[in-house]
Design a protein around this ligand. Structure first.
Ligand code: MG
Length: 259
């Protein structure tokens, strides 16, 4: 019976004022004991998904991000197609969960959504070969790499524009899987309208290349996350907007924009 189940999706959630770990099953969540990096055991208790509020599935140790990793996105920002991965870091203090508010500052110019596949590192390593890279993957989740676009350009580097509080919606769940199917679709919607839509195969540098590349200069640790870059179709969000990023098999990361 268990053998035929799809790979497990792990989440953290609040219900009735308490936090739990869980495993998503259709429209309900089974409570589990244990965390994403430990063995989990099922408790005989579940909640309907529409009753819970998701938390970040865990707090990443390091949040590596990749810029310009989809050709049409590099073009829409009038940037060259990169010859090797463009790596930057986003402060982990910007992380929020699904259902949390993205706070839109009124003084920072245009604020953009960027829907992205996020890789969760399960096994530490350095100088990892592309061949071995996927052995270091625990699973996949979703990140919205929210960006103050005008500050990004004005600052000349990206630390501030990427790291405002609440600018890293993360979750709702980790899909335990070494490799995502190439034809998995990533889609971002604002107020129900599709803004970004691509398949993961459109990435310029695939996950195994990103892991290998970063591990040549920094040890990748268990609990690190790599946000793999956003497809074309970026655009502004404003107070009151509802942003959803959905990836086949993982779930839907949903946030409302507030002041
Ligand atoms: Mg990005």
């Amino acid at each position: 019976m268990l053998k035929n189940q799809s790979p497990v999706r792990y989440c953290r959630f609040m219900v009735d004022g308490r936090a739990y770990s869980g495993q998503i099953r259709d429209k309900s969540i089974d409570i589990v004991e244990g965390g994403p990096f430990t063995k989990t055991s099922l408790m005989r208790l579940s909640y309907q998904m529409n009753r819970v509020k998701f938390l970040p599935p865990f707090m990443p140790k390091q949040l590596w991000c990749i810029g310009y990793n989809y050709k049409e996105h590099a073009e829409e920002l009038k940037s060259e197609i990169p010859k090797e991965p463009v790596v930057f870091i986003k402060a982990t203090s910007s992380i929020i969960g699904s259902d949390d508010f993205i706070r839109i500052p009124d003084w920072a110019g245009a604020i953009h959504y960027e829907g992205e596949l996020a890789v969760v590192i399960g096994k530490s390593g350095r100088n990892i070969s592309e061949e071995d890279a996927l052995d270091h993957v625990l699973g996949y989740t979703i990140m919205n790499d929210v960006t103050a676009r005008e500050l990004q350009v004005a600052d000349g580097q990206w630390a501030r524009s990427k790291s405002f509080d609440t600018f890293a919606p993360f979750g709702p769940a980790i899909l335990f899987k070494k490799e995502m199917p190439e034809d998995s679709v990533i889609e971002t919607r604002v107020n129900g309208k599709v803004k970004q839509r691509a398949t993961l195969s459109q990435m310029i540098f695939p996950v195994k290349t990103l892991i290998s590349y970063i591990s040549r200069f920094a040890t990748l640790e268990q609990g690190d996350v790599i946000a793999t870059g956003t497809p074309s179709g970026i655009g502004p969000i404003k107070v009151g907007d509802i942003v959803e990023v959905e990836i086949d098999g993982i779930g839907k990361l949903k946030n409302v924009c507030a002041e």
